[in-house]
Structures are given as C-alpha cells and as structure tokens.
Design a protein around this ligand. Sequence first.
Ligand code: GTQ
Length: 325
Amino acid sequence: MSTTTSLTETKSKHQQLLDKLPEHNVDSLWTSMHAMVTTKPSPKADVALWKYKELRPLLLEAGNAVSAEEAERRVLMLTNPALKPPFTTDTVYAGLQLINKGEIAPAHRHRSFALRFIIEGSRGFTAVEGEKIYMSEGDVILTPKWKWHDHGHEGDGPMIWLDGLDLPLYHCLPTHFAEPYSSNRYPRSPVKDSPLCFPWKDMKMSLDDTTEDWSMQTYHHADQEYVSGTLGAHAERVKAGIQSPPRRDTCAYIYHVQSGSGKSEITKANGEVKTVVWEKSDTFAVPAWSLIVHTADEISDAYFFVLSDRPLLENLQMYAKDQTL
Ligand code: GTQ
C-alpha cells in the first residue's frame, strides 16, 4: 500500500467518525480545542466609534417619528459592528436615549442594572421608586435592578443621555425579568441630594485634585466599591497634550468623551492596532484585553465617563491585569 492511500484512508476514517457525531449530539473537542481554549482572552467585540455629530440628527429624527410613550424607551442602541444588539461590547450595553419636553417614558422595572450619563439638556428627570431626580449635563443617575423607574422632561430642547446596562449578560445567564407598571408614572416626589445621583462637578473636582498627568476615579454607590455587582463606572482625566500610561486588563470598556478631543491607540488582544479619533460626546468601545493609550489634544484636558464590567469580573474572580506594563 502506498503512503498516499493510507493517508486518505486514515483521513476518511476520521471524517466518517466526525460525520456520525451530530446525530448523537456530540462534537469532537480535538478539532476545536485551540479555538475554544485560547492562550489569551478572545473577545468577539471589535473596537468601534460612535460619532455624536452623526447620531444626534438621527436621534432627533426618531424624536419626530415615534413618541417616547409609544417607544417605551426611545433609544439608538450602540451595536458593536462584530455583534448584534444588545452587544456594545461582549458584556456591556450602551445606547443614546432622547426625551422631548412633556414626554413620558413609562414606568417599568427589570432585573438588569441601568445607569445614565447626561449628555445634553436640563430639567429632564428620572424617577426611581418614588424619588424624582432632576438631571443635568454630566450627572450620573443609577436605576438599581428591580426598581420602578420612568423618565420625563420639563425643560426646553432635547434631553439626551447615554444609557449603560448589563443586558449582554442575560444572553448567557437567562435570569432576566421585566415588568411594566400599571400606569405611566409611579407615585413620586422630588428629591434634592439623592444617593442615586452623582453630579459631574464633584467627580471633576476629585479628578483634578492631583498633580498627575492622568487620573481616574471610580463611582461608588453608598458604601459599596462599585455602583452595582455587574456594571461599573469610572471617570478619567488626561492632561492636555499628554499620553495616558499604557494599560491592559480583562475588562471591556465603553468610553464616552465628556469634554476635550484627542485619540486613543487600542491594541487588541489579537495584536491588531486601531486608532480612534474622538471629540466631545463621542463614544467608543474597547474589547477585553486591549492595550489602551489615550492622547489628549494640546488645547484642553480631556475627560471621559467610562462604563465597564469590572465589578462583574471581580465578583467572579475573573479580573486580571497585564502585570508586565
Ligand atoms: O431606560 O429603562 O437603553 O430598559 C435599554 C433598556 C434603556 C431604560 C435602555 C431599558 C432602558
């Protein structure tokens, strides 16, 4: 027997076996082992940028096409180009929500955790389980899981914010429940200093309270380390004309530019390098295990509001950072 014949026979014996497996609901690990058990994190999400200049007109158009009440939540979801909604990254979702004067985004509650970062407008409000919280630019407002919440707007002009939710998790953990309230509004009264609201001026003050070129501060809810057990939020400042120190960890990040302009060099886990050029109110996604370096333009310091899966990863003991940097 020639070598060629024996190879063909071996191959076909192998193929014959593989062909028989699906009807028994089994698969060969040996043909997919390397793709499945990787030597480093292999997020499915790609680096992606959403320009506010492009999305704002579309959001305003949505404001004419559908009412907030009809829509329940009038949101443009930021969909990662490598994935489908609700994946902005593999683990964190973000969307741009619009509410116009006098509109109601009706009360509901869900097991997912949500927070908002206010991009523009004032006299809009989120009511959380009886607390009516007015929102201004730069504020972060939490709606912890299973709390009744609705949104409204008593000011002029559009009220637009970035929503952050842990929605992608419910694709592998099917534990999500949602419920509409029996009427549009849950009974509420206005509150001044809610522990669910974090004004930008306080965050900015603590970011500026350093001589370092780059600083970061985490948002904490009450006496907890993070704002929730799944979704985390922090803010960063990069001094004008300066590069942030290179960082890489297992978190997925969604960066939102609070102010300033510049660029970020993002080296993905697979070695591919992407450069994102950003300005005020842009948002960009950074997949897990990317090397991140931001450079702020010379004209002013840059400030970011950032969503991440850091609490989730820590709770699951899956957080790791590149110690070689
Ligand atoms: O405001 O409750 O962007 O339930 C997606 C799902 C916002 C909200 C979103 C939601 C909400």
